[in-house]
Design a protein around this ligand. Structure first.
Ligand code: F0G
Length: 450
């Protein structure tokens, strides 16, 4: 059931094919370098790109910009308490700010952090403390076509083998990312979360949940975990998040806001330490790098994110988009996740080897063919790993309609029909930090594609 109608309209354009060709070449075949004006359907990310509600915009007007003691912060604190169950909140400018505050507080040189799968900013913040980020995805997480309900889960077996190898004293931090963005947005079960809690206790580690997409995760739990069939979304969210000592949150995802983030906890000592670090990097602890109006919008967004109608609309919407793609013959990761559909570029463009970047080639063709922008998450974004060649088409919240998704599915189907003419790519310049090369590197086709 559709849960929204449009109140503010933004004009978009499909540039001519000629313009798209030129824009792609000018962007060095890297869609991060495109002008957004040249993009028709922008599925680069679901982060901060969604439509805020009328209630959020009303809250924006009432935002309290006081440097200290802002009323908007009180609203955020009470939303976090009601929706997520934590009493202490340290606001930050966005999710990675929260990662810096919390992981900078918890980690030291030589430590190891375990995570079901580190998102790229999480990995970078762990490494930035001189610690080693180790992924513990479950077996089958990278199988693109199985129907397991919780492929995002944290593997206790892998975690135990790491602890056996390095010693428990080197592992002060265990993280569960819900949903698991770097594993195709797959959900994590509450049952798995309980086991991770027990494991963290066994090794005397702090257990953190990366809660960016906690509401989508709760929606999947209700549909797939028997114990929760009759529970409300917010009850599930509090149950799952309640196993953690602290959470990191990007308000740009399930906060339904365009900016913001926070750390939340019930641990007074941890709260105090985070607060001190936040003053250094983010701002005074009642705004933390956000404007008061952003804080106010986030407080309202958090409450909307656990409304039954919102979560149903979200999960069904992404599922419907995945169905359109599958019906058009486009190979995708199944089951689809909560915030995006991931295309299997290896299967879509089987004539390209991984050193010709099939995922990036597919991203470029989607733009060239239909002005669609996605993001590569394969051999270009993750050099020297053996991850599958995926392209993520992230779905901004409450933004696009069926016609947009039909256009994307038709575009992808056309690219696949013409797959033989799709050229591979090579990198012509890249930054010193290879881990972040997909944001700024330039490429060119290995041979002319038309
Ligand atoms: N953790 C996860 C799981 C994320 O997906 C992100 C951001 C962050 C932390 C950092 O949050 O962007 O507010 O600083 N993911 C975005 C994406 C960028 O496109 O998936 P942030």
């Amino acid at each position: 059931m559709v849960a929204y109608k449009t109140k503010v309209a933004e004009r978009i354009h499909l540039p001519s094919r000629d313009r798209r060709e030129r824009a792609l070449a000018e962007a060095g075949y890297n869609v991060f370098n495109l002008d957004a004006e040249d993009v028709f359907v922008d599925l680069l990310t679901d982060s901060g790109t969604g439509a805020m509600s009328d209630a959020q915009w009303a809250a924006v007007m009432r935002g309290d910009e006081s440097y200290a003691g802002s009323r908007s912060f009180d609203e955020l604190e009470s939303a976090v308490r009601d929706v997520m169950g934590f009493s202490r909140v340290v606001p930050t400018h966005q999710g990675r700010g929260a990662e810096n505050v919390l992981y900078g507080t918890l980690l030291s040189e030589g430590d190891v952090a375990l995570n079901n799968t580190h998102f790229d900013t999480t990995r970078a913040h762990v490494a930035n403390q001189g610690a080693d980020p180790v992924d513990c995805p479950v077996e089958g997480a990278h199988d693109l076509a199985t129907d397991e309900p919780f492929k995002g889960n944290f593997s206790l077996e892998r975690a135990r083998s790491v602890v056996d190898e390095v010693g428990a004293e080197r592992v002060p931090l265990v993280i569960s990312t819900i949903t698991n963005n770097s594993t195709a947005g797959q959900p994590v079960s509450v049952e798995n979360t309980r086991r991770v809690r027990d494991f963290a206790d066994e090794i005397d580690a702090t257990f953190v949940i990366d809660a960016c997409r906690f509401a989508e995760n709760a929606g999947f739990v209700r549909r797939r975990e028997d114990e929760f069939t009759d529970a409300d979304i917010d009850e599930i969210a509090r149950e799952q998040l309640g196993y953690a000592d602290a959470i990191v949150m990007s308000g740009k995802k399930d906060g339904l806001a365009n900016a913001g983030g926070f750390v939340a906890t019930d641990d007074e000592a941890l709260f105090e330490r985070c607060k001190q670090r936040a003053i250094l990097y983010e701002g005074f602890p009642t705004y933390g790098g956000m404007s008061g109006r952003d804080v106010a919008a986030l407080a309202v967004g958090l409450r909307e994110a656990v409304e039954e109608a919102y979560v149903a609309d979200r999960i069904d919407g992404v599922r419907a988009f995945a169905d359109l793609l599958e019906d058009a013959g486009v190979p995708i990761y199944t089951p689809p996740g909560g915030h995006a559909v991931y295309l299997d570029a290896g299967a879509a463009l089987p004539h390209l080897d991984s050193d010709e970047f099939p995922g990036q080639a597919l991203v470029c063709e989607l733009y060239r063919e239909g002005g669609v922008r996605g993001v590569e998450l394969g051999s270009f974004a993750f050099p020297d790993t053996d991850r599958p060649e995926l392209v993520r088409l992230a779905v901004p919240r409450r933004t696009y309609h069926t016609e947009h998704f039909e256009h994307v599915a038709e575009t992808a189907a056309t690219v696949i029909e013409k797959r033989e003419s799709v050229a591979g790519l090579e990198i012509t310049s890249e930054p010193e930090n290879r881990e972040l090369r997909h944001f700024t590197a330039d490429l060119e086709p290995v041979s002319p594609s038309q």
